[in-house]
Design a protein around this ligand. Structure first.
Ligand code: NDP
Length: 261
């Protein structure tokens, strides 16, 4: 099946790397206009070089800076005429246990997980309300439902975030804006590369280390997910392919999820 998204505009926060960048490729290949943002200009420039031809914007914007997000939304509206899909993807995890997470760490993590969704959603909502195919998709994590002690603050924040996403789905449904999320287990991306780079020198090569990590985590499919696999789920939830789905999640954990339902 081929879907034609000519005239459709997709905004992807954190689109300069990993899952967001893979999603930007898919939407461009389907003919959509694509706007990505991130904090680092060089990373955004490099990302643009990796993207296929098409109508695209790459803007420096920290999703935690409300004014910057509002300007980004205005820029997208002025260049593309509106927004149809918003993918709230920007962010990263915080590795820490209960004993070593400071009050400041807690506040930062809660701020990131909530306002990385609230700021872009508020800024883009007026444009989404004008769309006949409006969708918001959030990149979230399996730990929202299955907390990990070494990610204590991120797990708690993701659980609250999932609750927020479900509430938004109910509230925005009468405005014909669908709101869904994907729950990632582990997907190979810059986050994991950074964790590998921080290890001491006597380490295995990167691919072997990834395999060891997958084994240690007991991922039933025996490997990390690829950014492209997560991007396909974002694409499904962000387009009319999922026109009757809201308040839902797609699991991308290679079988790590142990709960029923
Ligand atoms: P990457 O580090 O590859 O990509 C993260 C992207 O977010 C980058 O473009 C980064 O650019 C951007 N970003 C981070 N903070 C901000 C900010 N405050 N404002 C704007 N942009 C920001 O990681 P992934 O692709 O893996 O991560 C995508 C999402 O998936 C994240 O929310 C992550 O927490 C989530 N996730 C990933 C998992 C995994 O295993 N990979 C597991 C569970 C969830 P820059 O740094 O230049 O701002």
């Amino acid at each position: 099946m081929k879907i034609d998204l000519t005239g459709h505009t997709t905004v992807i926060t954190g689109g300069s790397s990993g899952i967001g960048l893979a999603a930007a490729k898919l939407f461009l290949e389907a003919g959509a206009n694509v706007a990505i943002c991130g904090r680092d200009k060089k990373r955004l420039d490099d990302a643009v070089d990796l993207l296929p031809a098409g109508s695209k914007i790459a803007t420096v914007c920290d999703v935690l800076d409300k004014d910057s997000v509002t300007s980004f939304a205005a820029q997208v509206a002025s260049e593309f005429g509106g927004t149809d899909t918003l993918i709230n993807n920007a962010g990263q995890a915080r590795v820490s246990k209960y004993e070593d997470t400071s009050e400041e760490d807690w506040r930062e993590e809660l701020d990131l997980k909530f306002f990385s969704i609230l700021n872009p959603t508020k800024a883009f909502q007026p444009y989404l309300e004008e769309s006949s195919n409006a969708a918001i998709v959030c990149t979230s994590s399996l730990i929202a439902r299955q907390p990990e002690p070494h990610l204590v603050a991120t797990s708690a924040a993701r659980a609250g975030q999932l609750s927020l996403i479900h509430s938004m789905a109910r509230e925005l449904a009468p405005k014909n804006i669908r709101v869904n999320s994907i729950l990632i287990g582990v997907v190979e991306s810059a986050q994991w590369r950074r964790r590998y780079d921080a290890l001491p020198d006597n380490k295995p090569n990167y691919d072997d280390w990834l395999k060891e990590q997958a084994l240690a985590k007991g991922i039933p499919l025996g490997r990390f997910g690829k950014p492209e696999e997560a991007a396909q789920a974002l694409f499904f939830l962000g387009t009319p392919l999922s026109s009757y789905t809201t308040g839902s999640t797609i699991d991308l954990s290679g079988g790590l999820s142990r709960h029923v339902g």
